[in-house]
Design a protein around this ligand. Structure first.
Ligand code: ZN
Length: 283
């Protein structure tokens, strides 16, 4: 599932390639791609026909396409969604569920949503009412904007383990399994540490690690484990820099111990048993 760096990669490319373009029309090839819960009652294809793309934003893992007339499309790629810059002449394949036919985009291309598992969703809403959309309501702060003090307040007094807390989009938005595992490794924190018991110094290290890792991943176009592609159809290159995520049994880059995998709140969790101190047996 694309996390913050992958969605931010899409955002930057869309900003470069489709801002200023007009949506000539939309072809919906799989109806459920258009999610319920938008605040504009007109059917999506009619409502966005002729709209000009004014800006591209992001909130957590959600992509925001701001249109003229005070409307915005909220796009969630979820498991396997790929938003691809596609030549007009290209024939959509059977996994293409939504097509934005554009006028004035870079190289005269269209945008295709390709989504093997069909979980991606697009919503249309009033820009002024974005926060009311269930997908965005109650999202926590952005990890690249949050300062250390506010971050400390997110963790303070919570008995929840640090890993599920960081995955909870209501506490902090945009982090998923990959970057939480990587940030906890960088900060030398065991994923099962109760959030409220992390020492101030370690909170500072975790805050720094999250921001450094997200920025480094954005610089390399995100992480592709399997499905993520940028709008040019290319894979992200951060995978080769991963230290623990899906590296079970491989040596820790710091201490050579084999990386271990446990399941935390149903999610595969990767860590170094030696340099990420266990909360049960503090060093
Ligand atoms: Zn280690």
């Amino acid at each position: 599932m694309p996390e913050l760096p992958e969605v931010e990669t899409l955002r930057r490319q869309l900003e470069r390639d489709v801002v200023g373009a007009t949506i000539r029309r939309v072809t919906v090839r799989w109806r459920k791609t258009i999610g319920r819960g938008g605040t504009i009652p007109t059917p999506f294809p009619q409502a966005v026909r002729g709209a000009r793309i004014e800006a591209i934003g992001r909130r957590g893992k959600n992509l925001l396409v701001h249109l003229d007339g005070g409307r915005s499309i909220v796009a969630q790629m979820r498991m396997t969604g790929q938003l691809l810059r596609t030549p007009r002449s290209a024939r959509p394949d059977r996994h293409t569920h939504l097509i934005f036919h554009l006028e004035g985009a870079r190289d005269g291309c269209d945008l295709h949503l390709r989504d093997i598992r069909k979980f991606a969703r697009f919503f249309l809403t009033r820009t002024a009412r974005l926060d009311e959309l269930p997908a965005l309501a109650g999202l926590g702060p952005e990890p690249l904007e949050i300062d250390r003090k506010t971050f400390a307040a997110v963790l303070a007094g919570r008995a929840t383990r640090v890993k599920p807390l960081l995955l909870n989009q209501r506490r902090i938005a945009g982090l998923g399994n990959i970057y939480v595992d990587e940030a906890l490794f960088a900060a030398r924190l065991h994923p099962l540490t109760p959030a409220g018991r992390i020492a101030p110094q370690a909170i500072g290290a975790l805050h720094q690690a999250i921001q450094r890792i997200l920025r480094a991943s954005i610089r390399t176009g995100g992480t592709t484990m399997r499905n993520f592609r940028n709008i040019a159809g290319e894979k992200g290159r951060y995978r080769e820099r991963l230290k623990v995520y899906q590296r079970t049994g491989q040596p820790c880059a710091r201490c050579n111990s084999p990386i271990e995998r446990i399941v935390v709140s149903g999610r595969g969790t990767h860590f170094c048993p030696k340099c990420q101190t266990s909360p049960q047996a503090p060093a």
